[in-house]
Ligand binder design. Structure first.
Ligand SMILES: Nc1ncnc2c1ncn2[C@@H]1O[C@H](COP(=O)(O)OP(=O)(O)OP(=O)(O)O)[C@@H](O)[C@H]1O
Ligand SMILES: [Mg+2]
Length: 335
C-alpha cells in the first residue's frame, strides 16, 4: 500500500538545507497497522507527512497503492489526499462549526455528493464512532476523546484506504487512549484500512500495531514485527525505549543484583511456552536452584510472553541452559 524507494527530505531554511529524513526505503502492506517511534526530532512526522505529500520529498520515489505519488499534478494530489485520512494530537477541528459540519467538510470540499447523501454519510460516520447524539454540538462542548472521535470520523469521510495518525492519543488520559485505540483497531479490521501511527507511548505499539519502525537521526534504525523488536531489541535506541517502557534501569539493576550469588540470566518465553511449568521441571531434573529477581508476564497484541530475570545456583548449570534453549526459551546471560 505504501512504498518508499530511497526517499529523503531536507528542509530549506534561510538558504541552508536541514536534513530531516535520510535516504529511506520502506514497505507497508495493505491493512497493516504500522507504528513509528523515536526521540523528538528523529524525523517521524516528516516521514508521515511525505506519505500524503504534505511535505515534498527532496528525492526518491513514493508509491501509494502501486501508483507513483511523486509525479502527481494538482488534480492527482487532491485525489491522493482523499484516499489518505489524517488525525492529529490536537484534533484540528474547526471551533465555529458543529460536529456534523466538521465531518461533512471534506465531502463538501470534494463536491462529488449531493447534500442529502452527505448528511446520510455524516450520520453513519458519527454513529460508527459513537457520537450519534452529539452531531449538533460544537467542539468546545466535547471531551478530548470525543474530539478525537470527530477527527477520526472526518478522516474517514472520503473513504480513504490509509489513515495517518500523528500522536493522536498523546493528549488523552490512559482510559480514553484505550477507547480510541479500540476504535482504530475496529475500523482497521472492518475497512481493511492501512494505519500508520506515530506515538511516544510504547503501550500503544504493543496493543495495536503489527509492525514497528524505530527512527533515530532521520533514519529507520530498526523495524520488524512488534513482538520481535520489543522482546529482542537490537539497536541501542530501541533498547532504551523498551527498557524505559518497562521501567527497567539496567545500571540500577546491576547494583541491586551485586550481592545476589550465582549466574544471572534473562529468559524470554513466547506463545505457549509462557504458560508451561518449565522452570520447576528444569530445576528438579538438573539440581539447579533459582530465585526470581524481576519479571513480567504480558502480551504483545495476540502474543503472550514472559520475561524473567533469574539467579541460578548449584546443580548442572550447562544442562539447565541446554534444557531451556531446547524449549525455545531465549536465554541472555547477564552475569
Ligand atoms: N518545516 C520545517 N522546517 C525546517 N525544519 C524542520 C521542519 N519540520 C521539521 N524540521 C526539522 O526536521 C527534523 C525532523 O523533524 P520531525 O518533525 O520530523 O521530527 P519528529 O520525529 O516528528 O519529532 P517530535 O517527536 O518532536 O514530533 C527536526 O530536526 C526538525 O527540527
Ligand atoms: Mg512529530
Amino acid at each position: 500500500m505504501i512504498q518508499f524507494d530511497n526517499v529523503h527530505k531536507a528542509y530549506r531554511v534561510n538558504g541552508r538545507d536541514i536534513p530531516a529524513l535520510q535516504a529511506t526505503s520502506l514497505q507497508i502492506g495493505a491493512g497493516e497497522i504500522f507504528g513509528l517511534i523515536g526521540h523528538s526530532g528523529a524525523g517521524k512526522s516528516t516521514l508521515l507527512r511525505l506519505i500524503n505529500r504534505l511535505e515534498e520529498p527532496s528525492g526518491g520515489r513514493i508509491l501509494i497503492d502501486g501508483a507513483d505519488a511523486t509525479a502527481l499534478d494538482a488534480d492527482g494530489l487532491r485525489g491522493l489526499r482523499r484516499r489518505i485520512g489524517m488525525i492529529f494530537q490536537h484534533f484540528n477541528l474547526l471551533a465555529s462549526k458543529t460536529v456534523a459540519d466538521n465531518v461533512a467538510l471534506p465531502l463538501r470540499l470534494a463536491g462529488e455528493l449531493p447534500a442529502a447523501a452527505i448528511d446520510a454519510r455524516v450520520a453513519q460516520l458519527l454513529a460508527r464512532v459513537g457520537l450519534g447524539e452529539h452531531a449538533h454540538k460544537y467542539p468546545a462542548q466535547l471531551s478530548g476523546g470525543q474530539k478525537q472521535r470527530v477527527g477520526i470520523a472526518r478522516a474517514l469521510a472520503t473513504e480513504p484506504k490509509i489513515l495517518l495518525c500523528d500522536e493522536a492519543t498523546s493528549a488523552l488520559d490512559p482510559q480514553t487512549t484505550a477507547q480510541v485505540l479500540q476504535l482504530l483497531a475496529e475500523i482497521n479490521r472492518e475497512l481493511q484500512l492501512t494505519i500508520v501511527l506515530i506515538t511516544h507511548e510504547m503501550d500503544v505499539i504493543r496493543r495495536v500495531c503489527d509492525r514497528v519502525a524505530v527512527m533515530d537521526g532521520g533514519a529507520i534504525v530498526e523495524q520488524g514485527a512488534v513482538a520481535d523488536v520489543f522482546l529482542h531489541p537490537q539497536h541501542p535506541t530501541t533498547r532504551r525505549f523498551v527498557l524505559e517502557a518497562e521501567h527497567v534501569d539496567e545500571g540500577e539493576q546491576r547494583d541491586d543484583f551485586a550481592h545476589v550469588p550465582g549466574r544471572i540470566l534473562r529468559l524470554t518465553f513466547r506463545g505457549e511456552a509462557t504458560y508451561a511449568p518449565l522452570l520447576g521441571q528444569v530445576a528438579r531434573d538438573t539440581g539447579v536452584d533459582y530465585s526470581i529477581l524481576a519479571g513480567r508476564i504480558d502480551r504483545i497484541r495476540d502474543t503472550p510472553y514472559g520475561q524473567l530475570t533469574l539467579a541460578l545456583t548449584g546443580g548442572d548449570l550447562d544442562a539447565a541452559l541446554a534444557r531451556l534453549e531446547a524449549a525455545d526459551v531465549h536465554v541472555e546471560v547477564l552475569r
